[in-house]
Ligand binder design. Structure first.
Ligand SMILES: *Cc1c(COP(=O)(O)O)cnc(C)c1O
Length: 397
């Protein structure tokens, strides 16, 4: 067969498959929905004038987060990146410390390490969850590190490797059990980048509640939004107390005086954002239900196409399917850009994964393990229109 004809037939079949699930009209990658009490709560903030950094919506939103995730504490902050920054400070990351993070993630994971004066040390990812390849990392650490007085030391740089930050990619939980064992064996503090995985569970427990802390994002493109926002989850009372303190400029509560006992951050979530968040979290179960039904529809149509696979949740996980993903076979990776261009040309928003962070200018010279897994994967990933409303499309026909 002529490869050019068969290639275009493949691209065409992918587009047809997507359309059979979402219909013919233009669709964005993810659209936030405001179908609950958003207006009511926002108007309440405006009419009472309580819009800023203190207010009852912040407390209510945090309480809902605690109930929804099962974490003991939730600290609402200004965005997911701030939640990661606070998390790493709580993990004790200091200037010169290295922190293991996947190269296949959003740049915020690496930036948060840099904000602490730390050094992002890149690790490889695997295909079944798009998360950290734990067995490969274990081998790498066995060969390249040593443990000295309860601290993991990078033999090459002599720096302490303080923590590991797995990221639950597009909502799919990573191999959390493997990561917990690895963190224990190598004296690493586990911090989860759960920015994308609110509503996803692993063995029935919520992502973001397995490590010392977990960071959530409520950016406009995430499963629920506060406009901009984030949260730190933790089960540890002392960590929660300190997290709150440093995200509120480290001010000692006092009737009159402004006394700050360390360099803190102005990271508290404003009341008006929390009002939006409260209305959003009240509807999150519906959003997840719709995302999962959209996933079921995509799974069905992509079963019929050879040369790609739909990314499914792993056996131990329940995913929020925040972004729906297909992965092309290695042979067909060369068609990724054509699929991206042709779908976007007809208004169907598709998107590649991020460029590997290890290849970005600020991070090119950082320590890294061999990254063949992520390099191979990143060329083959495509994200599809994933809005929750699309999960209702077929049932409305
Ligand atoms: C969205 C996101 C963040 C950061 O969240 P913001 O709220 O945009 O600061 C961090 N990590 C990952 C993987 C994300 O997708």
């Amino acid at each position: 067969m002529n490869t050019r004809i068969s290639s275009s037939a493949f691209v065409e079949s992918v587009i047809e498959a997507i359309k059979s699930v979402i219909g013919d009209s233009p669709q964005s990658l993810h659209e936030p929905r405001f179908i609950g009490k958003e207006k009511e709560y926002l108007l309440d903030c405006i009419s009472t004038g309580v819009v800023s950094s203190i207010g009852s919506y912040v407390d209510s939103f945090e309480q809902e987060l605690v109930e929804f995730t099962g974490a003991k504490h939730a600290i609402a902050v200004v965005n997911g990146t701030a939640a990661l920054h606070i998390s790493l400070l709580l993990a004790g990351v200091q200037a010169g410390d290295e922190v293991l993070i996947p190269s296949l993630t959003f740049v915020a994971t690496a930036n948060a390490v840099s904000y602490c004066g730390g050094v992002a040390h890149f690790v490889d990812s695997e295909e079944s969850t798009l998360g950290i390849d734990v067995s490969k990392l274990r081998k790498y650490l066995e060969e390249n590190t040593r443990i000295h007085k309860e601290a993991l030391i990078n033999k090459k740089t002599n720096a302490r490797i303080r923590a590991i930050v797995p990221m639950h990619c597009f909502g799919h939980p990573s191999d959390i059990q493997g990561l917990i064992e690895l963190a224990t064996d190598f004296k690493l503090i586990l911090v989860e980048d759960a920015a994308e995985s609110l509503g996803s569970t692993y063995l029935g427990r919520h992502t973001g509640t397995f490590g010392l802390t977990g960071a959530i994002s409520f950016n406009g493109n995430k499963i629920i939004t506060t406009g901009g926002g984030g949260a730190v989850l933790t089960d540890d009372d002392e960590i929660a107390k300190r997290g709150r303190h440093i995200s509120k400029t480290a001010r000692i509560p006092h009737k009159l005086n402004f006394i700050h006992d360390e360099i803190g951050y102005n990271y508290r979530m404003p009341n008006i954002n929390a009002a939006l968040g409260l209305a959003q979290i009240e509807g999150i179960e519906t959003e997840i239900k719709n995302k999962r039904s959209l996933a079921a529809n995509y799974r069905e149509v992509f079963k019929q196409i050879e040369g790609l696979k739909f990314l499914d949740e792993s056996r131990k996980s329940r995913s929020n399917y925040w972004l729906q993903t297909i992965i092309l076979s290695e042979q067909l990776a060369f068609l990724r850009d054509e699929i991206l261009l042709e779908t976007n040309a007809v208004g169907i928003s598709t998107r590649p994964a991020w460029n590997l962070i290890s290849e970005l200018k600020p991070y090119r010279t950082n320590p890294s393990m061999e990254l063949s897994g992520s390099k191979n994967l990143v060329k083959r990933i495509l994200n599809l229109p994933s809005s929750a409303k699309l999960g209702e499309f077929l049932s409305h026909e």
